[in-house]
Design a protein around this ligand. Structure first.
Ligand SMILES: NC(=O)c1ccc[n+]([C@@H]2O[C@H](COP(=O)([O-])OP(=O)(O)OC[C@H]3O[C@@H](n4cnc5c(N)ncnc54)[C@H](O)[C@@H]3O)[C@@H](O)[C@H]2O)c1
Length: 439
């Protein structure tokens, strides 16, 4: 199969490289000339474990290349995937579809022979109809099927998720479209990945419903964590105790500082708006959004209460800035409202992240950055663990205590045990676990 991938970001680059690895001939297209130049030099513009080797191997094998010009690859392809961004539209929270529509117009002009145009970007229900309308309007002669194939990969585990997905969802009722997408994903049948064929609008809704459900699970356990703190229970054990029930499941039940990232916040916001446009009020999802927004900001007050009555003039060390480990993605990271809240309370903030500091400097220009966790902790009145990078799970705690002005740790990811930390003489606050163990 020949594939053109329009948009070479977190999703487009991983999907393109994995399709090439399946044996397909893939061209990744992006408007961003610097990104394409870097990729042609063999540099990967994002941090994603294993992606550099996968890209290099497939470029070397002649199955993967990069360009800013979509004309030739679109004309030559059996399938053209749209994997451009769909961020929140400024001001109203709707998904901004301007990149998708622009890509559809550009693709339409270049189509030659039967082609399946596949929307991989997360898009509101009905976007496939609109993409089809744009294509037919721009190029009435085109022999085209427009399908939906939402992507469920997670940053940080993207290659594994792409190659061993829980399911592949394909939305089209057209037989030729189903055949092309079935052929593209056939290599995954060896991995027993179930392929679900459905209508286009259903596929579009599946993606938003999945993200909203996962965001709800996280928000639910975060509220239970607040209650656990008040009643002297341990939220990690509550999560395990409910998660072992197969109807509930253990995943996405880790209490923390609130969800962030490039998908959950914007997709839950967009889903609420899609529903309102159809006179449906999704009150559960609305509540999830409101609870989560409050929670992210409240984390600064949690630090304040661990430190004492005021943060004015205090130095707070922050470990981890990206929205989760193993990515450099800072989009809507919980660290942003936390740090802003700390600054508003008069604190000086110093931060360290293993790979996210370059991206963080754009979002958080008014703080200091350190080269490692211990330099970050030096002279600090409290240390806050925000992202659970592996290297923060095994810190030399005695050294840390020596470096700090006050031995106060606020662990927003529950990676240490309260009793161990107290035994080492730390004031230790975590999420949903009483700081003094109760019997
Ligand atoms: N990031 C994730 O973990 C993830 C997971 C599942 C689904 N998604 C969805 O996938 C889509 C892409 O997300 P992302 O994180 O990869 O975005 P991204 O911002 O990393 O990448 C989008 C890329 O598209 C390029 N682009 C925009 N318009 C273009 C055009 N007309 N022609 C060529 N290139 C163009 C941009 O330059 C950019 O490099 C979004 O809809 C997102 O919701 C993302």
């Amino acid at each position: 199969m020949r594939i053109a991938m329009i948009g070479t970001g977190y999703v487009g680059l991983v999907s393109g490289a994995c399709f090439a690895d399946f044996g397909h001939q893939v061209t990744c297209v992006d408007k961003d000339g610097d990104k394409i130049k870097a990729l042609r030099r063999g540099e990967i513009p994002i941090f994603e474990p294993g992606l550099d080797a996968l890209v290099a191997a497939n470029v070397k094998a002649g199955r993967l290349d990069f360009t800013t010009d979509l004309a030739a690859p679109v004309a030559a392809s059996d399938a053209v995937f749209i994997a451009v961004g769909t961020p929140s539209r400024r001001g109203d929270g709707h998904a901004d579809l301007s990149y998708v529509h622009a890509a559809a117009r550009e693709i339409a002009a270049e189509l030659a022979g039967f082609t399946v145009v596949v929307t991989k970007s997360t898009v509101p229900v009905g976007t496939g109809d609109e993409v089809e309308r744009v294509i037919r309007e721009t190029n009435p002669e085109a022999d085209v099927v427009v399908a939906s194939n939402p992507e469920f990969l997670r940053e940080g585990a993207a290659i594994r998720d792409f190659k061993f997905p829980d399911r592949i969802v394909v939305g089209t009722s057209d037989e030729r479209g189903r055949k092309v997408l079935g052929d593209i994903y056939r290599p995954l049948s060896l991995n027993q990945a179930p392929m679900m064929f459905t209508e286009r609008r259903t596929a579009e809704l599946i993606k938003y419903a999945a993200n909203a459900f996962l965001a709800t699970k996280i928000t639910f356990i975060n509220e239970i964590a607040d209650l656990a703190e008040k009643v002297g229970a341990n939220v990690q054990e509550v999560a395990r105790g409910i998660g072992l029930d197969n109807r509930i499941g253990t995943k996405f039940l880790h209490a923390g500082p609130g969800f962030g990232g490039s998908c959950f916040p914007k997709d839950t916001r967009a889903l609420v708006k899609i529903a309102l446009d159809h006179d449906v009020q999704l009150r559960i999802v609305e509540a999830v959004l409101a609870v989560n927004d409050n929670r992210k900001r409240a984390m600064a007050r949690k630090v304040l209460s661990a430190v004492g009555s005021s943060l004015r003039g205090k130095t707070i060390a922050v470990l981890g800035l990206t929205f989760k480990p193993d990515t450099d993605d800072m989009r809507e990271a919980p660290s942003i409202p936390l740090v802003t809240g700390l600054l508003d309370l008069g604190a000086k903030v110093r931060a360290f992240d293993p790979v996210g500091m370059e991206a963080a400097r754009h979002e958080l220009p008014d703080i200091d950055y350190s080269d490692d966790a211990y330099a970050c902790a030096k002279g600090a009145d409290a240390l806050v663990i925000v992202t659970e990078w592996v290297q923060f799970r095994a810190l030399d705690l005695d050294r840390l205590k020596q470096e700090m002005a006050q031995p106060v740790i606020v662990d927003l990811r529950n990676i240490y045990r309260p009793e161990d930390m107290q035994a080492r003489g730390f004031v230790y606050e975590s999420v949903g676990r009483a700081s003094e163990p109760r019997r």
